[in-house]
Design a protein around this ligand. Sequence first.
Ligand SMILES: CSC[C@H]1O[C@H](OP(=O)(O)O)[C@H](O)[C@@H]1O
Ligand SMILES: Nc1ncnc2[nH]cnc12
Length: 295
Amino acid sequence: MMDQHRKMPIIGVIGGSGVYSLDGLHGAEWGEVHTPFGAPSDALLVGELGGVRMVFLPRHGRGHVQTPSTVNYRANIWAMKALGVTDILAVSAVGSLKEDLPPGTFVLVDQFIDRTFAREKSFFGPGLVGHVPLAHPICSRLGDAIAAAAQEIGQPIRRGGTYMVMEGPQFSTKAESELYRAWGCSVIGMTNMPEAKLAREAEICYASIAMVTDFDGWHPDHDAVTVDQVVRVAGANAAKVRQLLQATVPHLAAPRPPCRDGCDTALEHAIMTAPAQRDPAMLEALKPLLARVIA
Ligand SMILES: CSC[C@H]1O[C@H](OP(=O)(O)O)[C@H](O)[C@@H]1O
Ligand SMILES: Nc1ncnc2[nH]cnc12
């Protein structure tokens, strides 16, 4: 018998550098979504894959027009939520901070260090304060699905690793690169935070497929990263990413149980502001997020 707590998934895909579209969606149409936080990076592509509703958004916009700092992360995640997305598969180009993660390697990261400083990072604010848990920012169920799909299609993927999120847009100095290596980080990029934080606030499960494009600036035997290299390696691997995404969807196609990691109930004990002190305008603006926890 169908468990009444299960609901059909809607899978969101956020494409990073080199991934500006998603092929193979049936009935696919680009549509604009307006949010209280302004415009998302682009219109969103909505369609169906094997009976599963899919929503695709190019993180930097088609033609790569948004910098990592100007991407409107709040609008992007809000738009996904507004379209009913339950699970986000994010794709990102990253630099490697480890010898054994050469360009071309796919990594299913499971941790982040957020060193960004010039971005809006929360839907909450004065008049409505909330704190969601983030010890485990990646949904393990989505990670399992991606890992199983990778095995099926013969795409090697490294499970686990810490993604250092820098502000950019300039790449790191050698000293910074060495520092992040000393911290034990695996890869470096500029975008997965605050994306993962906001997905958690929106109670959307989130996983990130990191595609290594370069050795950043630390490796004695490799030139320091350039855009040229990132574009070349990301381009060469884009078809594999698409294949991996397409192979992952069937693993998520069944009605979904409540998330075992609690991603989809993250707001349950998150609100700090006393009911009498809550800003009515904030409550109204955040209604689509809070409806489940605030009557
Ligand atoms: C073009 S190199 C730097 C650029 O690529 C990565 O973007 P994304 O994570 O969206 O693939 C990196 O974070 C920078 O934004
Ligand atoms: N070395 C690097 N640093 C930051 N972002 C990246 N994206 C791809 N390579 C990168």
